[in-house]
Write a protein that binds this ligand. Structure first.
Ligand SMILES: [Zn+2]
Ligand SMILES: [Zn+2]
Length: 361
């Protein structure tokens, strides 16, 4: 029996409705609607959502940009995926996680049967369906999910538990190779970039440098432990060479999706270094492969999702060792204030925003 066991009493009776943020139609915007509480089917659990943080993906969906038009839904559908909450009901066969447990979601619903899933690479499942993108999401008072996707997080607060999903992206990007004793550059200090600074520091990186063009984000980078936070429009490469005995950095984590940052990172990485690419590009980037990659003998990794479940174990261990990602959270808002949240994220004047579905707006 856990301390949250009392919450079991909150399991909603059949036929109850809930507040949810719905992408109502194939057009910009979103709406708060009263919809039926979903019921868990075989192997599924019903979770009372206590915290759901806003991701850039959610802004794409709300704004209905070309990516969202191609990948979301179809509408009407609830969106939102970074979440944590209490298990309040279990469908047939869902027996592993007790009622009352605080869980977070691995947001990729993978099939466990394709070539990648059967060879230890389920994070790049050929038939992945993402929570809140292809299946009804977590910007709601309740959400149904496969029990296998739930990650027990009973030693965390709900907001930190919810942030494990994007934090896992940072952990995945950082640990594709050794970190301890190395110098690292993080390009792009959005929430995942900021969290990766904390990850690199606690993992024993020798120095962590960060770039962005937003002074608020650079200040947060310093707060997360960056040894040096640089305006990307300055001569970053010269400065980093000077900071590294003329060598350049061992590790680059590209978190911005900006072509300029990509070129800067490739120029700053030392010969034989490695680059993790996590920021996604709205338009294709062009590289001089010979000069920027081949003759430097560097390794480039495309990073998506979290390795199942290695990344989650490692993320939990880092949080237990004292990794503090709370400075990344700048706003906590009731679900009804979603429009303000999306505007804040789009404006760049925010770190992570946590929506609280159980609070009245
Ligand atoms: Zn996300
Ligand atoms: Zn698969």
């Amino acid at each position: 029996m856990t301390t949250q066991a009392a919450a079991v009493l909150d399991a909603p009776p059949l036929g109850t409705t809930m507040r949810a943020l719905v992408k109502g139609s194939a057009a910009p915007g979103a709406q708060i609607r009263e919809v039926p509480v979903p019921q868990p089917g075989p192997g599924e659990i019903l979770v009372k959502v206590l915290a759901a943080s806003v991701c850039g993906t959610d802004v794409h969906i709300e704004r209905w940009d070309p990516w969202a038009q191609e990948n979301f839904g179809p509408p009407p559908m609830i969106f939102g995926h970074e979440m944590a909450g209490i298990v309040v009901a279990r469908g047939p066969g869902a027996t592993r996680i007790p009622l009352g447990e605080l869980i977070a979601a691995e947001t990729h619903w993978v099939d466990w049967t394709c070539y990648q899933c059967r060879t230890g690479r389920a994070h790049i499942c050929q038939n992945n369906r993402t929570l809140g993108v292809k299946v009804p999401g977590a910007f709601a008072q309740y959400v149904v999910m496969p029990e296998v996707n739930a990650w027990v997080s009973d030693r965390l607060t709900p907001e930190i538990a919810a942030l494990q999903e994007p934090l896992g992206n940072a952990v995945h990007a950082a640990f594709v190779e050794e970190v301890a004793g190395q110098t690292a550059l993080v390009t792009g200090c959005g929430p995942i970039g900021l969290m990766s600074i904390g990850v690199l520091k606690i993992a024993g990186a020798r120095s962590v440098f960060a770039t962005d063009i937003n002074p608020e984000r650079l200040a947060m980078a310093t707060q997360m432990g960056a040894n040096l936070a640089l305006d990307a429009r300055d001569d970053v490469v010269a400065r980093l060479k000077a900071e590294t005995d003329g060598n350049g950095v061992d590790i680059v984590l590209e978190m911005s999706g900006s072509a300029a940052a990509l070129h800067q990172g490739l120029a700053a990485v030392t010969n034989g270094g490695r680059v993790s690419l996590m920021g996604t590009h709205a338009v294709p980037a062009t590289l001089d492969l010979s000069q920027e990659v081949i003759f430097k003998g560097i390794r480039i990794y495309g990073i998506t999702g979290r390795r199942l479940w290695d990344t989650w174990y490692r993320t939990t261990a880092l949080l237990e060792e004292g990794l503090d990602i709370s400075p990344v959270i700048t706003h906590r808002l009731p679900l009804g204030d979603y429009a303000k949240a999306f505007d804040l994220v789009a404006s760049g004047h925010a770190g992570k925003i946590v929506l609280l579905p159980q609070e009245e707006a």
